[in-house]
Design a protein around this ligand. Structure first.
Ligand code: NDP
Length: 281
């Protein structure tokens, strides 16, 4: 299985599981839990959530899914910028841990940069590490300049979680290389374009037909995922609310895109030629 290595040497499978919008409907809950558990059964480790998602509903559902198997999981959550003061960050983390039913997070991220000085949030992250409540910290939605600002106050950021898919690949210009050089893992969020138009792309369908998986020809979603996974510093975190999607996404780990595939993809989803601001959802 493809893996990604954090700066402290910890490795995790390069495919993780997102959890935005899960736990929102009672009808889908059982399958969402089954899907997360099936991912862990098949060797995935990273589960991404946030205090923001469904006002804590996502964290509660993840907590149910991982109860009695905490050691199988590399658990990621995020603090909202409006809570990211020193005391606010500590309190948010404690509340997340309670909803998740665990005593520590493997990675805690600042969801995006707000008005609180970075030094204050970073100080809280360092305190949380000292208390054993988090193992490492990182950021999300930080563009090149934001990373520069961050570097002037701290050197131990381990991850930057950003929007990255074929329709939003501006970060190919500089941010991906910058994070890689700094030893910071890039977590690609919405790698499937939130299940929208990207998955109806005729180019992805054409490439998919030429790649065989154990379950038959690949799907456009698998090609979109394989494209994010081609970079050894990327941890891709699609959200799958069904077992079928989860299985498909895991199978994408075994797809290696050929140069000819990449060329066809680049022709239809051109790489950036100049700096564009980081997009966020
Ligand atoms: P994704 O790009 O992961 O798309 C999710 C959608 O794709 C769902 O509708 C899902 O349907 C569908 N899907 C999943 N697998 C397949 C498949 N194999 N074939 C077809 N459709 C599929 O979007 P998200 O926005 O959810 O991003 C992933 C995760 O990233 C989030 O869940 C969250 O954890 C994180 N995130 C972080 C942000 C940040 O600011 N840091 C912002 C946005 C997301 P179904 O549910 O029916 O399986």
């Amino acid at each position: 299985m493809k893996t990604v290595r954090f700066s402290d040497g910890t490795t995790v499978p390069a495919l993780g599981m997102g959890s935005w919008n899960i736990g929102d409907s009672t009808a889908g809950k059982a399958e969402e839990i089954a899907s997360l558990r099936a991912g862990l059964d098949r060797g995935l480790k990273v589960i991404d959530t946030a205090e923001m998602y469904g006002n804590g509903r996502s964290e509660r559902l993840v907590g149910e899914a991982i109860s009695n198997r905490r050691s199988d999981v590399f658990l990621v959550s995020k603090v909202l910028p409006s809570n990211a003061t020193f005391n606010g960050t500590i309190q948010s983390c404690q509340a997340s841990l309670k909803r998740l039913g665990t005593d520590h997070l493997d990675l805690y991220l600042l969801h995006w940069q707000g008005g609180v000085p970075l030094t204050e949030t970073v100080e809280a992250f360092e305190t949380l590490i000292e208390k054993g409540l988090i193992r490492r910290w990182g950021v999300s939605n930080f563009d090149t300049e934001d990373m520069q600002d961050l570097e002037s106050v701290a050197s131990d950021c381990t991850a930057n979680q950003i929007l990255y898919n074929l329709e939003a690949r501006g970060v190919d210009y500089d941010l991906l290389a910058r994070d890689r050089a700094a030893g910071i893992v890039t977590m690609a969020y919405s790698p499937l374009g939130q299940g929208g138009d990207l998955l109806t792309s005729p180019v992805l369908a054409e490439i998919a037909r030429e790649h065989e998986t154990a379950a038959g020809p690949a799907t456009p979603a698998q090609i979109a995922l394989a494209w994010t996974l081609r970079d050894a510093n990327i941890l891709s975190i699609p959200k799958a609310g069904t077992l079928r999607h989860l299985q498909e996404n895991i199978a994408a780990l075994s797809i290696t895109l050929r140069d000819i595939d990449i060329a066809r993809i680049d022709a239809h989803f051109p790489p950036p030629r100049r700096k564009t601001s980081l997009e966020m959802i």
